[in-house]
Design a protein around this ligand. Structure first.
Ligand code: SF4
Length: 325
């Protein structure tokens, strides 16, 4: 048993050492061990977003992926407690899809500039201004906003969701760049909301310029500005980026998204050299191993959604999931 215990520690240290000095990787181990014991004790699962640091994704997460995949994975388990290593809207989505479980967000103050850019009142004002026009909300929205819209989408399925509506005009919120990405790929008119992700909006085509005419493959998230998307070799969600890299295995790549994404791919699939720049999300980085431990131990960072909002917010998510895009 002790041998098996030492086995996972040395294997994890070796993987983490691909992205940090080995002494730093070893320093995380006692906390990771403590979290693993708390998880086993309470039958909890930990889901982590691709933008979480490798100490969390490789060290304590049972599943790592995009926000919807996290919630979907959690729903397939029987765990009474789900710890969401991400931001608040992700924990809310998990709670909506797992209404009978206890959902913990280790940093209860982990918000999101994009989700905060639109309110339920803002959506109601849109309804009045554009009567009869369907409203699609990116999953990066609060439960209160989801309660006001017709259907949800992710960055991976946004085009298919809009096409499924077969409407001449569709409102998309809150990300203006995702809306413009979709507008170039569908036949209908897209009415965008003016929100943006503070992490992806900071990228510019100048970030890509040094890599033109080189072997560096440039991948951009659809939350990046239009000129960045136009200059990239591939545009897609975090899951699509990861699948693309694992499939094509370029020698060098530039990921125009949150920095931990490249670290997590390096830990799981070494061999690709990632170039900079990348941008950090300050909200995602509020989640730390200490906070995960405290959340599991104390259970004080529970996500609760008002029942009347939850009931309505679940509908647009269910409609999206029913389309199986
Ligand atoms: Fe929000 Fe952007 Fe951070 Fe994601 S990366 S949590 S969209 S601010």
């Amino acid at each position: 048993m002790a041998m098996a215990n030492e086995g996972w520690k040395s294997e994890l240290t070796a993987r983490l050492s691909r992205v940090m000095p080995e002494p730093e990787a070893s320093l995380c181990l006692p906390l990771i061990e403590e979290i693993r014991a708390l998880k086993a004790e309470g039958g909890a699962v930990v889901v982590a977003h691709n933008y979480q640091v490798p100490q969390i994704t490789a060290g304590v997460a049972d599943f790592t992926g995009d926000s919807l995949a996290m919630a979907r994975y959690a729903a397939t388990t029987e765990a009474p407690t789900i710890v969401v290593c991400g931001v608040r809207f992700m924990a809310e989505t998990t709670r909506l899809l797992c209404p009978t479980r206890r959902v913990l967000l280790p940093a209860i103050d982990a918000g999101c500039s994009l989700a905060d850019s639109v309110t339920a009142e803002g959506v109601r004002a849109l309804r009045e201004r554009y009567p009869g026009v369907p409203i699609v909300a990116y999953v990066n929205t609060t439960a209160a906003v989801k309660a006001e819209v017709d259907i949800c989408c992710t960055s991976a399925n946004a085009v298919e969701i809009v096409e499924s509506l077969q409407a001449p005009r569709v409102i998309m919120l809150p990300d203006r760049y995702l809306a413009s990405y979709v507008a170039t790929r569908v036949a209908c008119e897209i009415i965008p909301w003016a929100g943006a992700c503070e992490v992806h909006e900071r990228f510019s085509a100048e970030d890509i310029a040094p890599f033109r005419n080189s072997d560096v493959v440039v991948l951009a998230h659809p939350e990046c500005p239009e000129d960045v998307q136009a200059a990239a070799n591939f545009v897609g969600s975090t899951t699509a980026m990861s699948d693309y890299l694992i499939r094509t295995r370029p020698a060098r790549a530039l990921l125009l998204t949150e920095c931990s994404m490249a670290d997590n791919i390096t830990v799981a699939h070494p061999g690709i050299r990632f170039e900079r720049p990348c941008n950090l999300c300050p909200h995602m980085k509020r989640i730390t191993l200490e906070r995960v431990r405290d959340s599991l131990r104390d259970g004080t960072t529970q996500i609760v959604i008002d029942a009347s909002i939850a009931e309505r917010a679940r509908l647009p998510l269910d409609r999206m999931l029913a389309l199986r895009t």
